[in-house]
Design a protein around this ligand. Structure first.
Ligand SMILES: [Zn+2]
Length: 298
């Protein structure tokens, strides 16, 4: 795969230059290239290093298996994924409704706009940002949602949104700290940012190690734990107010991980079940989690 690699010198959370190798992993979707994840010796944050440059990362998204932006329903896992996703969309809308009375929503990485389409039907004033042009076209044609490319983030009016959502998107963001400052600028005081990301301190992450599907190298630049989310956003004066589980992700990620290591779907399903059972005890070690962050204005 043609790419240029960028070496990350400073930890994106604490800026320390002191990090060591944590785990390697393979890009199972496109290139079969191998990538490394490092561990910050100061704050514990794990991040992919080196990473493909922002100009070349697009090549790694060109996969038939990359389903989050598509409407294809090939294969058992994909079918299941799409059924559960529709139910999840309603749960997500209920969550954001519980946070605010005013309904101005920005969804970053909105894909084909299915979530925003549903929100619009529930009287949200909703726009989306999405880098993929084909996905944006579907968002407009199918869901009647106005979407923009990522550069539009700078143009969105300050103090204008009641909620910003990022469903499995933050782990892909290149200019992490700059963009978070921009989210803060756009949010009203005490408004919320809702972020869903995989949890690399979950049982299934630990069980599958380098085969864990949610490592998703190299397009996942960061491998968050709940503590990392708290540290990262505290730095930007945003308070972590709630953690919610995404219980289906444990099953989905475990089943795909089994596929990567040559196991079978049933074992994956079982691991997903165990992962959720173990996470229930702690309430914050699910395979993927939703983090609700409150914007404390300086
Ligand atoms: Zn650090």
């Amino acid at each position: 795969m043609k790419h240029e690699l960028i070496n990350i010198k400073n930890c994106p959370i604490c800026s320390s230059e002191n990090h060591t190798f944590w785990r390697k992993g393979i890009d199972h979707n496109v290139s079969n290239d191998e990538f490394n994840i490092v561990f910050c010796n100061n704050c514990g944050f794990r991040f992919t290093n080196p990473i493909p440059s922002e100009n070349t990362i697009g090549n790694y998204y060109k996969s038939e298996n990359y389903i989050s932006h598509s409407s294809t329903k090939k294969g058992v896992i994909n079918k299941l994924y799409h059924i559960v996703r529709n139910r999840a969309i309603k749960q997500k809308e209920r969550l954001i409704t519980s946070l605010t009375k005013e309904k101005n929503l920005l969804d970053i990485g909105c894909g084909t706009g299915d979530f925003l389409g549903y929100c619009k039907s529930q009287n949200w004033n909703a726009i989306g940002l999405e880098p993929d042009e084909d996905a944006r076209k579907i968002a407009l044609d199918k869901n009647k949602i106005e979407t923009f490319d990522l550069n539009y983030l700078d143009k969105i009016e300050s103090n204008s949104k009641d909620v910003i959502t990022m469903w499995h998107v933050l782990e892909h963001v290149y200019n992490l700290n700059n963009d978070i400052e921009n989210y803060k600028r756009i949010l009203k005081p005490n408004a919320h940012l809702v972020v869903a990301v995989p949890n690399c301190s979950s049982y299934d992450a630990d069980h599958y190690k380098e085969h864990w599907a949610a490592l998703d190298l190299p397009i996942h630049l960061y491998h968050f734990t709940p503590n990392d989310i708290k540290n990262l956003f505290e730095k930007h004066n945003m308070e972590l107010v709630k953690i919610l589980p995404m219980k289906f992700d444990s099953y989905y990620i475990s089943m795909v991980s089994e596929k990567y290591k040559g196991g079978n779907i049933i074992s994956g399903f079982w691991r997903g079940f165990i992962s959720n059972l173990k996470a229930k005890k702690t309430g914050k070690t699910y395979s993927s989690q939703i983090y609700v962050l409150k914007n404390i204005k300086n």
